[in-house]
Design a protein around this ligand. Structure first.
Ligand SMILES: Nc1ncnc2c1ncn2[C@@H]1O[C@H](COP(=O)(O)OP(=O)(O)O)[C@@H](O)[C@H]1O
Ligand SMILES: [Mg+2]
Length: 392
């Protein structure tokens, strides 16, 4: 199924065409085509493709906008049509919309307005099954401090640094969310803004609440006051995830540590994978075994649950084999111990995969995202090589 939305830009005025092409090309997940003037009116055989959106401008001097809109809608009945114009006349706007334009954007067009209109179309196409929906990956740990936030943030950043993927990170560690610290974001809005106005939830509201990060991540922060988290329900979580997966290729959820509740269970139900993070200590492993059993008891299949051993040290007190004996499946991924680099990345508020791409931890994270996307050359590889470079 298509993962990219096709946007055809047919703008006659050269400067305006350049500006819109520039704006559109900044969007990930959009395949931008530049059409010559009147291509859309000539129909599918001239255009050679059926785009999801056609963006035309109003050629004021030719004064035939209405008939152009009608012709384009006849040629491309399923395509959404946007019109850009300098003409602010209300009657004209109404006629153009009636003729079939979905958006009438008045010059100078605000970037956000254009982007939201495009994302609105993306959500509709994902709802109707014409565009693929995003995948959801949750991180949870049985014990605080084993690294679920560090891993969620760096996984999201590693995905977002790829050229194509659109990525959202949601801090679902509602009582003690600290993903914003790792991203050095002082949240203007949090998930509470959505929960308090859930009836208003739509594409532009969601995008307006989320914070943009320089890695390309769109971030939804946890509540500023831990006590507010009591007002967040599983229905809120479900609505947010259902809409978000129509907009983003990947959703990464930091579901926190120690306990699970209705909201985290809802997140797990929506997730393609639930990564349960542990370190190699006996208490962490014991709690991880219990947490995995609990998650399964609530109906999450073993297939979805994957164990990640963070801060893996070869020759530690427990061997990997000894650790694995406790679980119903093999450990999915091992992550090296990289304390000083991680601490310095946390202190600077820059995910390590961005701060230092070649750090052992970062290389491991880039391979990890390839692993769960099924893109590793050696699908058996688990993050750290053993003797003679073999997969452990
Ligand atoms: N791979 C790693 N190597 C070294 N230190 C790590 C690693 N992952 C996490 N840490 C350390 O563990 C601390 C706790 O991580 P964090 O992600 O906040 O845990 P959690 O979210 O599970 O409570 C971090 O501040 C960091 O110092
Ligand atoms: Mg945490």
């Amino acid at each position: 199924m298509a993962t990219e939305l096709i946007l055809a830009i047919e703008i006659s005025q050269p400067n305006r065409a350049k500006a819109f092409l520039g704006l559109a090309k900044q969007l990930k997940g959009v395949n931008v085509l530049q059409w010559q003037s009147r291509t859309a009116e000539k129909g599918v055989s001239a255009a050679k493709t059926i785009p999801d959106i056609i963006l035309i401008d109003d050629i004021l001097e030719s004064d035939d906008l209405l008939s152009r809109v009608q012709a384009i809608k006849e040629n491309f009945p399923k395509t959404t049509l946007f019109v850009v114009s300098e003409n602010k006349d209300h009657q004209n706007i109404i006629s153009v919309m009636k003729a079939g334009a979905a958006e009438y954007l008045i010059e100078p067009v605000q970037e956000d307005l254009l982007y939201n209109a495009i994302e609105e179309v993306r959500a509709k196409l994902a709802s109707s099954g014409r565009l693929a929906q995003g995948r959801i990956y949750s991180f949870v740990s049985a014990k605080g401090g084993v690294g679920s936030t560090v891993l969620a943030v760096n996984t999201a950043a590693a995905l977002a640094m790829g050229k194509k993927s659109t990525v959202a990170l949601m801090d679902m560690s509602f009582q003690s969310g600290d993903a914003s610290v790792l991203l050095d974001i002082v949240p203007q809005n949090t998930i509470m803004n959505i929960c308090e106005n859930i009836h208003r939830l739509d594409v532009s509201f969601l995008r307006g609440v989320m914070s943009d990060h320089s890695t390309g991540i769109n971030f939804l922060p946890a509540p500023a006051n831990p006590e507010d988290s009591e007002d967040i329900t599983s229905e809120h979580v479900s609505s947010i995830l259902n809409l978000s997966k129509k907009l983003y290729d990947h959703l990464i959820l930091d579901c926190g540590s120690m306990h699970i509740n209705d909201c985290s269970l809802e997140a797990f139900k929506h997730s393609d994978k639930v990564f349960v993070v542990t370190d190699m200590s006996v208490p962490a492993i014991r709690n991880t075994v219990r947490l995995c059993k609990l998650i399964r008891k609530f109906g999450i299949s073993l297939e979805k649950i994957e164990i990640i051993v963070n801060r893996y040290i070869k020759g530690g007190a427990l061997s990997l084999g000894e650790i694995e004996k406790n679980f119903d499946k093999l450990v999915y991924w091992l992550i090296p111990n990289d304390f000083s680099e991680i601490v310095s990345s946390i202190n600077r508020g820059v995910p390590l995969v961005k701060l230092s791409r070649n750090a052992p931890f970062s290389k491991n994270m880039f391979e990890f995202v390839r692993k769960f996307q099924g893109a590793l050359d050696d699908p058996e590889f688990r993050g750290i090589r053993g003797t003679f470079g073999k997969s452990i």
